[in-house]
Ligand binder design. Structure first.
Ligand code: ADQ
Length: 771
């Protein structure tokens, strides 16, 4: 179909150009013929005039004679020759008094002109058509001295030649028009074929071969549109990457008879690290101490990053360098800021980095969260870039890099830098210790090059990141965007085949590593009867007895789409009042970054929205939304996820979103009885409503996928989720759960560490290589 359509394009283009050219030529030819015709007629008239003028005095003299003497008096003056047919002298009543030899036969054609001239005393010319062609008649009144018309002198010309000239001109025009049209048709079709059709046909052939496995073949040359050529290069590279990863994955699945566990990761890490220390660097610390009633209390912050990396370090041991943000952090760490964690069962060292209030404000709240965060998330929130924030960002990054170098001393180490707050750290580390293995994992999306371009410090950030040996994102799409950004904004050499960028002789590989979660049982959550009791308590505490529950668990952030979720719930209860009283949505929202006004306002805004919706739909014993603002411990989060037959993740843009995977992981372990009494929350069931804009949507396609901006569609998805039958829920959930269990957090860490080990000094490792 595509080739049939594209094949007719050059012809259509040719016909269009030829038709336009043909019309223009025809118009020009017509103008020319008409002009020639006009000139010929004018010439004839001029000549007739001149002849009439010359003969007028003799005609007047003859007209003064008696009528029978007029003809002899004019004699052979009235004869014509060549195109001049002859003259005639007529009386004022139109009768011919004297005429040249062939003239009388034209009398009928002369009559009208003669009468007009006689009556008006004005010269009259006419072109009249007879059986032999055109004749030109000029009738000139002959006036006596008193100005009275004595008679009319007629000059007759044969104008057939004008007719011939017109026919010849028209014929010439037709030949020209046909010639030009045909030439244009041939040239423009040929041009369009050579410039577009042939390269597109080759591209089509190449894509087909690519689809059937010729992934090594370079895209065809000669594509007229530069961007198309670039994009096909990228497409080929992504295809190669995906193929290679598929192969590696298949091999890896065949190799792995066991799932990835903490123990397996530990063994793998020991191997990959080759005796070197593992260092994680992040802004957020995995264990924070806050003062509560004058005493330090341990807090584990609500963060996907901590959820992901703490189990890795617990499994492998090593060092975690992070900002000591808790108000009791200093008093619980030693003089150099170090503390063994988890405090109850130490497995690794946490080195806290101290930042001044100004540094924290500029580096974290300012540049990272008012600049880079909205820059990378496409949610229509305008990023703010202040020069003073950037200075603090550079300074704080330097502090983190210094802390790492200080802790590792002269030892060798593998450093995993985490996230957008620390983009400059890889470059800073490599500057001082080129022998270190450094990887950076970017937990949020990487936007397209055009969006990233607005950052005034884009070159510095890219240089900092390209200092790493390995740069990881959640999705291949983010990798593509990143390399495209590098391509356009810095002088680096790109290798799309290996997905690598070379800057000043240093190569950074760019790879996707979709992050995941650990199993809930490893987090020490309740199980069996204890879990059943806990769920019953949560229901009772929040007035949820006897209703079906939906749940959302988020940091309160505008990217998470909580307002859109509330709007859809409002619409759902509007459209389906039959669900009032039997379904309640519980939203756990942890306030975060509340020093930034936008975030502070959002908490108030969401509370007001939930109140308004509750007011609108509530009954005496039921309300649609229970909004629990605060950071909840893992047991509570798990309790709600077990109790809920539906979970909503409605991010407007999200790197991955761990909550979606946590909910899936929560739906498989042990049964919870008694909620809603409809059996939908029994073992293995549950519905995940997931935004298409969260990275997790790629890993969990069996979820009910929604566009959170489309309130109607979203409300309909909630109805579908609430009413979905148990068997369909289990079918979808089982597939998702198997995938989350296979691709868990340990596998993510193993993949990243394995790729980092190979990235350094072994540049020929195939794309997407797994350990
Ligand atoms: P986040 O934006 O922090 O992570 P997410 O992936 O959803 O988002 O992780 C949030 C974590 O915090 C989850 O483990 C969740 O259970 C927990 N949490 C949220 N609200 C809570 C609450 N009220 N109480 C207790 N716990 C709560 C960033 C990126 C994501 C990416 C992760 C990991 O923005 O796209 O998935 O990093 O890479």
């Amino acid at each position: 179909m595509i080739s049939r359509v594209s094949r007719s394009v050059p012809v259509r283009f040719g016909v269009l150009i030829a038709a336009l050219g043909g019309l223009a030529t025809a118009a020009i030819c017509w103008q020319q013929v008409a002009g020639e015709q006009r000139a010929g007629l004018e010439d004839l008239e001029r000549r007739a005039n001149l002849l009439a003028y010359r003969l007028s005095p003799a005609t007047l003299r003859a007209l003064r004679l008696p009528e029978e003497q007029i003809a002899p008096a004019m004699a052979d003056r009235l004869e014509g020759h060549s195109r001049l047919l002859g003259f005639a002298v007529c009386a004022v009543d139109g009768r011919i008094l004297a005429a040249g030899a062939g003239v009388p036969e034209f009398e009928p054609r002369m009559q009208e002109a003669v009468m007009q001239a006689a009556q008006t005393a004005q010269e009259n010319a006419a072109l009249s058509r007879g059986p032999a062609g055109y004749t030109h008649v000029l009738a000139r009144p002959v006036l006596d001295d008193q100005g009275s018309v004595r008679g009319v002198l007629v000059v007759l010309h044969d104008a057939v030649y004008l007719d011939d000239r017109l026919t010849r001109g028209m014929l010439r025009g037709v030949i020209w028009t046909a010639g030009v049209t045909l030439t244009l048709l041939l040239f423009s079709s040929g041009f369009a074929w050579a410039l577009f059709e042939r390269p597109l046909h080759r591209l089509e052939e190449w894509m087909r071969r690519l689809r059937f496995g010729a992934a090594h073949e370079a895209p065809p040359r000669g594509l007229a549109v530069g961007r198309l050529a670039d994009e096909s290069e990228h497409l080929a590279a992504s295809f190669r990457a995906a193929r290679s990863r598929e192969r590696e994955e298949a091999e890896s699945v065949m190799r792995s008879e066991r799932a990835w566990t903490r123990e397996r990761l530990r063994a793998h890490a020991v191997d990959a690290l080759g005796g070197q220390q593992l260092v994680v660097v992040s802004n957020r610390e995995p264990y924070m101490h806050q003062l509560r009633e004058g005493r330090p209390q341990l807090v584990t912050p609500a963060s996907g990053l901590v959820t992901a990396l703490d189990p890795v370090l617990r499994a492998c041991g090593g060092l975690w360098v992070a900002h000591g943000a808790g108000d009791a952090d200093r008093q619980t760490a030693n003089a150099s800021g170090c503390i063994a964690v988890p405090p109850a069962d130490p497995r690794y060292t946490l080195r806290r980095v101290w930042l001044t209030r100004e540094e924290e404000q500029g580096y974290y709240y300012g540049f990272s969260n008012e600049g880079l965060w909205p820059l990378c998330h496409l949610t229509h929130e305008r990023p703010v870039f202040r020069a003073s924030d950037w200075d603090q960002y550079v300074r704080a990054n330097r502090r983190f890099a210094d802390a790492v170098l200080e802790e590792i001393g002269g030892e060798n180490a593998v450093v995993m830098v985490q996230d957008y707050q620390l983009a400059l750290v890889p470059g800073m580390l490599k500057e001082r210790r080129p022998d270190l293995r450094v990887g950076i994992f970017w937990h949020i999306p990487w936007p397209n090059a055009e969006a990233f371009r607005i950052c005034p410090y884009r070159v510095e950030i890219l240089h900092g990141m390209l200092g790493a040996d390995l740069i990881g994102f959640h999705l291949q799409q983010h990798c593509n965007n990143f390399l495209d950004t590098v391509d356009r904004m810095v002088e680096a050499r790109l290798d799309w085949d290996r997905f690598a960028a070379d800057l000043k002789g240093h190569t950074a590989l760019v790879r996707p590593f979709p992050i995941s979660v650990q199993s809930w049982s490893e987090k020490g959550v309740a199980a069996g009867d204890e879990l059943t009791g806990q769920v019953a308590r949560l229901r009772q505490q929040h007035g949820l007895e006897g209703v079906r529950i939906g749940v959302g668990v988020d940091r309160i952030d505008y990217t998470k789409g909580i307002a859109e979720r509330f709007r859809a719930l409002d619409r759902f209860f509007e459209k389906h009042p039959e669900h009032r009283g039997n379904f309640t949505f519980v939203q756990l929202g942890a306030p975060s970054r509340t020093h930034i006004p936008r975030y502070r306002d959002l908490v108030n805004e969401l509370e007001a929205m939930a109140d308004a919706i509750n007011w609108k739909h509530r009954t005496e014993s039921w309300k649609p939304i229970v909004f629990l603002v605060g950071h909840h411990d893992a047991r509570t989060v798990y309790g709600f996820m077990r109790a809920a037959s539906l979970c909503i993740v409605s991010s407007l843009h999200d790197g991955m979103n761990l909550v979606a995977k946590e909910y899936v992981a929560a739906r498989g372990e042990g049964g919870v009885e008694g909620e809603g009494g409809d059996g939908t929350s029994a073992d293995g069931a549950g519905v995940l409503i997931l935004s298409e804009f969260a990275g997790a949507a790629r890993d969990l396609p069996e979820a009910v996928i929604v566009n959170p901006y489309d309130t109607e569609e979203f409300a309909e998805a909630i109805r579908q989720g609430v009413e979905m039958d148990g068997r369909e829920q289990r079918r979808r959930m089982t597939r998702m759960r198997v995938r989350v269990e296979e691709n868990n957090i340990y596998r993510w860490a193993a993949d990243f560490l394995g790729a980092l080990a190979h990235a350094h000094g072994k540049p020929d490792q195939p794309v997407g290589g797994r350990p």
